[in-house]
Design a protein around this ligand. Structure first.
Ligand SMILES: NC(=O)C1=CN([C@@H]2O[C@H](COP(=O)(O)OP(=O)(O)OC[C@H]3O[C@@H](n4cnc5c(N)ncnc54)[C@H](OP(=O)(O)O)[C@@H]3O)[C@@H](O)[C@H]2O)C=CC1
Ligand SMILES: CC(C)CCC[C@@H](C)[C@H]1CC=C2C3=C(CC[C@@]21C)[C@@]1(C)CC[C@H](O)C[C@@H]1CC3
Length: 417
C-alpha cells in the first residue's frame, strides 16, 4: 500500500524539476514546430517569432483532436483478437487489456484511405500543426487535472509508488493513480500506444502528401523517414502486449508527463524530421539511401531481437528459442539472462532504438542540427530511463542484480557506456 504523502524517493528533480518540466516540455515542442518551418531552422537560439493566440487557438483544431481521440477510443473498444493479463498488482489481482492495436492501425489506414479518395484534404494538415499541437496540449492539461482529481477518490491500493509525495505540482506531473480506468477502459494503456503513435504516422503521411503537391512527388528522404517510422509504429502495435511489462504501465502513475508525452509530444515532435524535410528539401542519392536503410535495418534487428528474446524468456523460459541461454537466479524466483543479447549490454534494446534514431535523422542531411533533436532527446531519455530501471531492478533483485552488473558491465553501448 502507498500511503498518501509517503516519502518515496523523488525523481525528475522533485517539485521544482516537475514545475520546470511542466513549462519546458510544451515550450520545447512549440519551439521545434516553429523552427522546423523557418528558413534558418536553427535548433539553438530564439524561435523565429512568437505566435499570437489566434495562430495557436482554433476550435476546428480542438474538434479534430477530439474526433481523433473518439475514433481511436472506438477502435480500442472493438472486439480484440486476444485479451492479455497484466502484471500482478499490489492487491494480487490482474487487469485485462485488449490486444487490438495493430487492428486499430489497419482500420485507421483504411478509413483515412477512403477519406482521401472521397476528397479529405489530408495535405492541409501540416498547415494546422500549430493549432493542433496547442489543442493537444490543452487536452493533456485538462485530462491530467481530471486524472489528478480522480485519484483523490481512488483507494490507496490503486496509487502508483511514485507520484504520491503530497506535493500537488509533483504529483500532477508524475501521476497519482497507476491504472486509471472507467469500467474496462484503461486510459494509460490506451494513450501509450494509440492516438499519439498512430497520429505520428498520419502527420508524417500528410507531410509526404503535401510535399508531393508542392514538388510533384515525395522526395526519397521523405519516403525513408515515413517508411522507417511506420515500421517502428507498426512494430510497437504488433507487439502491443510487450508494453504491459514496461515501467510506464507497471510503475509510473498516469499524470501530465505521460498524458502530454503520449498525446502531444510523440505526434508533434517525433514527426520533426518529416516536418523539416517539407520546408528544407534534401537531395539524397541511392547509394547513401542504401547505407541509411542498412543502418536502420541493423538497429531494428538489435531492437527487435533483444525485445523478443526477453519477452519470450519472461513468458516461457523453457521455450526452445531461449532455453539454451545462460541465466542467473534471483531471490524472487525470476532469472536474469546473462548471454545472448542481454549478455552483450544491460539494455541492448535501447542500443537498437538509438541506432534507428540515427537512421531517421540521416536522410535530412548534415547541414542542420534540428533533425538530430530526436536522437539527442532520445539519448537523454534512455540514459535517464536506464538509471531508473537500474534502481528498480536493484530493489527487486538485490545481490543478483550486482552479480549481473559485474558479468555485463556496460549499460547501453559496448565498451563505451
Ligand atoms: N521511442 C520512445 O520514445 C521510447 C522507446 N522505448 C523502447 O521501448 C522498449 C521497452 O523499454 P523499457 O520499458 O524501458 O524497458 P525494457 O524492455 O528494457 O525492460 C526493462 C526490464 O527488463 C527486465 N530485465 C532487465 N534485464 C534483464 C535480463 N538480463 N534478463 C531478463 N530480464 C531483464 C527487468 O524487468 P523484469 O525482470 O521485472 O522482467 C527490467 O525492469 C525498448 O525497446 C525501448 O527502446 C522506451 C521508451 C521511449
Ligand atoms: C514528454 C516527456 C519528455 C516524456 C514522455 C515519454 C513518452 C513519450 C514515452 C514514455 C515511454 C514511451 C514508450 C513508447 C513511446 C514513447 C513513450 C510513450 C513506445 C510505445 C514506442 C514504441 C516501442 O516499441 C515501445 C515504447 C514503449 C515506451
Amino acid at each position: 500500500m502507498v500511503p498518501q504523502g509517503s516519502r518515496a524517493e523523488l525523481e525528475f528533480g522533485g517539485p521544482l524539476g516537475a514545475a520546470a518540466l511542466l513549462l519546458l516540455l510544451p515550450a520545447t515542442m512549440f519551439h521545434l514546430l516553429l523552427v522546423a518551418r523557418s528558413g534558418p531552422a536553427r535548433l539553438l537560439g530564439p524561435p523565429p517569432y512568437l505566435p499570437e493566440l489566434e495562430e495557436l487557438w482554433s476550435p476546428w483544431a480542438l474538434l479534430l483532436c477530439l474526433t481523433w481521440l473518439g475514433l481511436q477510443a472506438t477502435l480500442y473498444l472493438l472486439p480484440a483478437r486476444k485479451v492479455a493479463e497484466g502484471q500482478e498488482l499490489k492487491d494480487k489481482s490482474r487487469l485485462s487489456y485488449p490486444i487490438n492495436g495493430f487492428q486499430a492501425l489497419v482500420l485507421t489506414a483504411l478509413l483515412v484511405g477512403l477519406g482521401v479518395l472521397a476528397g479529405l484534404p489530408l495535405s492541409a494538415l501540416p498547415e494546422m500543426l500549430l493549432p493542433l499541437a496547442f489543442a493537444a496540449t490543452l487536452i493533456a492539461f485538462i485530462f491530467s487535472l481530471l486524472l489528478y482529481l480522480k485519484a483523490l477518490v481512488a483507494p490507496a491500493s490503486a496509487l502508483a509508488p511514485g507520484g504520491n509525495s503530497g506535493n500537488p505540482i509533483y504529483d500532477f506531473f508524475l501521476g497519482r493513480e497507476l491504472n486509471p480506468r472507467i469500467c474496462s477502459f484503461d486510459f494509460k494503456y490506451f494513450c501509450e500506444l494509440r492516438p499519439g503513435l498512430i497520429g505520428w504516422v498520419l502527420i508524417n503521411l500528410a507531410l509526404l502528401m503535401q510535399e508531393a503537391e508542392l514538388r510533384g512527388s515525395p522526395s526519397l528522404a521523405m519516403w525513408l523517414v515515413n517508411g522507417f517510422q511506420l515500421l517502428y509504429v507498426g512494430d510497437a502495435l504488433w507487439h502491443e502486449e510487450a508494453v504491459l511489462t514496461t515501467m510506464d504501465i507497471i510503475h509510473d502513475g498516469f499524470g501530465f508527463m505521460l498524458a502530454f508525452g503520449d498525446l502531444a509530444w510523440v505526434p508533434f515532435t517525433y514527426s520533426l524530421q518529416a516536418q523539416f524535410l517539407l520546408y528544407h528539401p534534401e537531395p539524397l542519392g541511392l547509394p547513401l539511401a542504401s547505407v541509411i536503410c542498412l543502418i536502420n535495418a541493423v538497429g531494428y534487428y538489435i531492437f527487435r531481437g533483444a525485445n523478443s528474446q526477453k519477452n519470450t524468456f519472461r513468458k516461457n523460459p523453457s521455450d526452445p528459442r531461449v532455453a539454451d541461454l545462460e541465466t542467473i537466479s534471483t531471490a524472487t524466483g525470476r532469472r536474469l539472462l546473462v548471454s545472448g543479447w542481454w549478455g552483450m549490454v544491460r539494455h541492448p534494446n535501447y542500443l537498437g532504438d538509438l541506432i534507428m534514431a540515427l537512421a531517421w535523422s540521416l536522410p535530412c542531411g548534415v547541414s542542420h542540427l534540428l533533425p538530430y533533436f530526436y536522437l539527442l532527446y532520445f539519448t537523454a531519455l534512455l540514459v535517464h530511463r536506464e538509471a531508473r530501471d537500474e534502481q528498480q531492478c536493484l530493489r527487486k533483485y538485490g545481490l543478483a542484480w550486482h552479480a549481473y552488473c559485474r558479468r555485463v558491465p556496460y549499460r547501453i553501448v559496448p565498451y563505451i557506456y
